[in-house]
Design a protein around this ligand. Structure first.
Ligand SMILES: [Zn+2]
Length: 375
């Protein structure tokens, strides 16, 4: 452990293969954070003014429609706080989509129910076909790559964009944000936009035909966001977003209850963060999330180090989750152990669209500018 070099400013270390350090021992992720911060965060420089302008534009555009905007609601802090902001603070008429992939905790479901009730938001829950989705998740486990959450993340993203198109809601207001998510090595979590990767892994390891899984190709992406002009607004980049303060507001005003861990609103996600990644790959995603909080000044480096030295979940929780995952996916202990012990792979070992994404980078950049632009 002591041989691993840690950044002098954040808590990222050499378990991320991309890391390098400058002469002061500050890592490239910190420098990236500073770059992104300057470009994408507006909370300190007229963010409120920009958001007010955007809100009036959204209201104007939605004048003759039933809804002003679409949000995804997982029950987690980020998306719950987005619901609070758009509904209560800005008074928009909101349609919310919740994805049920079969792994939500009871607490997450209770939080979603509380939020839509208290904020008077219309909600649609989209339930994935379990037999099909289980087969896709199992394929990702058999593929031995780090990001086995790609199918869920992709489904949420595709569902939001498709719902917006179908219901003709021009704005998707999202909870992705630079403040808490900008430090993430690609080797740990390759992006979830790549539907070719999902298809190739599922073709290789799956048994059930993929029929209903919500998916978007690169061309769909360009079509929906550029041609049809659906706009994706990462609203938390425009407001002062402090996680601890946001939680407090949710608890006091919406009866929201805490999960005790980022993204622990889903049992599979908790298994992924606290068991699968640390045990199979030696990755601890808390390093990335806590580093972003350190860089944004929400916690100190010492607090982050202290947190990382604790286990990601209690042994009891880890054992229960392991047992639950094995049972729910319908595999044997032996099959599970084989998955954990088989050689680690990366997304590059399977056909994927990374090259095409890079080639279309300019188009995407224009699209991103258009969908994130607020002025
Ligand atoms: Zn750093």
């Amino acid at each position: 452990m002591s041989d691993i070099k840690i950044c002098s400013r954040c808590v990222m270390d050499e378990t991320a293969i991309e890391i390098n350090f400058d002469e002061n021992g500050v890592c490239n992720f910190c420098h990236h954070y500073d770059d992104v911060l300057v470009k994408e965060i507006f909370s300190n420089k007229g963010g409120e003014e920009k958001i007010q302008k955007l809100i009036s534009e959204i209201k104007e555009k939605g004048r003759n429609s039933k809804y002003d905007c679409l949000i995804g609601l997982s029950g987690g802090v980020d998306s719950s706080y987005v619901a609070y902001l758009v509904r209560k603070k800005y008074g928009l008429r909101v349609f919310a989509v919740h994805l049920d992939n079969g792994w939500n905790t009871e607490l997450a479901v209770a939080n979603v129910e509380q939020i839509v009730k208290r904020l008077d938001i219309d909600l649609q829950t989209y339930v994935l076909d379990w037999k099909e989705f289980r087969d896709i998740q199992l394929s990702f486990l058999k593929a031995s790559i780090s990001n086995i959450e790609i199918p869920t993340d992709h489904a949420i993203w595709a569902l939001l964009i498709k719902t917006a198109a179908k219901m003709k809601i021009p704005y998707i207001i999202a909870g992705n944000n630079v403040v808490t998510e900008s430090i993430m090595p690609e080797s740990w979590l390759y992006g979830s936009k790549d539907s070719k990767l999902i298809k190739s892994i599922h073709n290789k390891f799956g048994k059930v035909k993929m029929k209903t899984f919500p998916s978007l190709s690169t061309l769909d992406y360009v079509d929906y966001l550029l041609v049809r002009g659906i706009r994706w607004v990462p609203i938390l980049n425009y407001v002062h977003y402090n996680k601890a303060e946001a939680k407090q507001i949710l608890i006091e005003e919406l009866g929201w209850r805490d999960y005790g861990g980022k993204h622990y609103e889903s049992i599979f996600t908790r298994f992924f963060h606290a068991y699968y990644l640390p045990v199979k790959f030696g990755y601890d995603l808390r390093k990335s999330y806590l580093s972003a909080l350190v860089c944004s000044g929400q916690i100190s480096r010492e607090e982050a180090l202290e947190e990382i030295n604790k286990p990601p979940a209690s042994k009891e929780v880890l054992d229960n989750d392991r047992e639950y995952v094995i049972k729910k996916l319908g595999i044997t202990e032996l099959e599970f152990d084989q998955i954990l012990q088989s050689p680690n792979k990366t997304y590059m070992d399977y056909p994927n669209n990374e090259a095409m994404w890079k080639r279309f980078n300019n188009v995407i950049k224009i699209a991103r500018k258009r969908i994130t632009r607020v002025d």
